[in-house]
Design a protein around this ligand. Structure first.
Ligand code: GYE
Length: 386
């Protein structure tokens, strides 16, 4: 395997999982301990303990960037309006437009934000579940502007469609932090973005498959691959596809038979898998772009008398690596789960604190993530925070 899938620190005392902030010039590892504390390891050399204030989140006191020239100071370009916010309560008022409730990953993400932006931490959170609907999300952001919140946090459902409302936020002097999924709007319209490198996740998934087929002596066999995509137009889906196909194009025996959207949901995974089974009787590999789609697809496969997983008829690659994804690996149904980290709350809160302090923040920041093959699942699951 190309990756180290888990790290032991101090013997069995601390299982290191999760994520780091990466950049061109430096690399700060954020390591979660089983009790939720985080250790920041700057440039792989020195350790610094961080108080997380939560049993399931990590806090980043240092971050890095892909381009150190692109930094933002609060607010850009107008001055932050002082008329609104939390109306003298001393709390920082944050409006967060969440994607929806389509998947287990999303619930962990929403929870992480709610914990980070609690009153005890000094925030008033206006949380809107946008139900995977662009119009609802744009309206939510506009309402945050009208309500004169101090900061807007946006997890864009799809990449396009936010330019006008971001211009309104900018005109009102309200900094916008984009998190998780990417946005096509010009970078000048938001303060910064923090999330996952979805293209890298796709590359990691495909590289795992290259190695797995090699190990099984199947590397010169024709391999038929179908993919249940995430939501159309969402960068989490397009990035994973792009990364996977980048590796696939150099694999002469891989046949990408089909790809269809399952909308990042279990119901979508079920529906698409039924279609695939009607159309193809020789699927070797099923890629599900999140765990919930995989759960739906597994049920369909079993109903059809097929098996998947390390000992099964079909190799199943999934993304997210949620607790339920780990359980499906332990049950023998998923071969590998490519991690996508939902615990963004503390990172976003840290960015807001920096902006409040008038510090510059890096424009683009990635969470580093792992790849978990089924054979590691049982040992790693107890240390997972979500
Ligand atoms: O993979 C999926 C959720 O945007 C990375 O959204 C996120 C994706 C995640 O629906 O489970």
């Amino acid at each position: 395997m190309k990756k180290i899938f888990f790290t032991r620190i101090a013997g069995l005392m601390v299982l290191a999982i999760v994520f780091a902030m990466t950049g061109c010039g430096n690399r700060d590892m954020i390591v979660l301990t089983p009790n939720g504390d985080a250790i920041i390891q700057a440039d792989g050399t020195s350790n610094q303990s961080v108080q997380t204030g939560s049993s399931q989140t990590a806090s980043a006191s240092k971050t890095s960037t892909t381009d150190t020239k692109q930094e933002t100071e609060k607010p850009a370009p107008g001055e932050k309006s002082s008329g609104g916010g939390s109306s003298g309560s001393g709390l920082i008022r944050v409006g967060f437009a969440e994607v929806g409730t389509e998947a287990g990953w999303r619930l962990a993400h929403a929870q992480s934000m709610k914990e980070a932006f609690s009153e005890a931490n000094g925030y008033q959170l206006d949380f809107v579940d946008c139900n995977n609907d662009l119009k609802t999300q744009v309206e939510a952001v506009q309402k945050f502007i009208d309500d004169k919140v101090d900061y807007i946090v946006l997890d864009p459902i799809i990449e396009d469609g936010y330019d006008d409302v971001l211009k309104n936020a900018q005109a009102a002097g309200i900094p916008v932090i984009v998190t998780d999924r990417n946005i096509s709007a010009d970078e000048s319209l938001y303060a910064c973005w923090v999330g996952s490198n979805f293209v890298q996740e796709g590359i990691d998934a495909a590289n795992w498959l290259v190695e797995d087929l090699k190990k099984k002596g199947r590397d010169s066999e024709d391999i038929n691959i179908v993919t249940i995509l995430g939501t159309n137009g969402a960068s989490a889906a397009t990035g994973r596809t792009e990364g996977f196909e980048k590796v696939a194009k150099d694999q002469p025996h891989w046949k990408l038979l089909d790809k269809q959207s399952g909308d990042f949901s279990k119901a979508g995974g079920t529906a698409v898998m039924k279609v695939f089974l009607k159309q193809y009787d020789d699927i070797d590999v099923l890629v599900c772009q999140n765990d919930d789609e995989a759960f739906g697809a597994i049920e369909v496969l079993k109903d059809a008398g097929l098996t998947c997983g390390p000992e099964g008829d079909i190799i199943l690659i999934s993304y997210d690596a949620t607790g339920d994804g780990f359980k499906a690996m332990i049950a023998g149904d998923i071969n590998v789960d490519v991690e996508c980290n939902p615990l963004a709350g503390p990172f976003v809160a840290d960015l807001i604190q920096k902006l409040e302090a008038g510090e510059k923040v890096d424009k683009i920041q990635y969470l580093e993530e792992g790849v978990f093959p089924a054979e590691t699942a049982e040992e790693i699951l107890p240390s997972r925070a979500y």
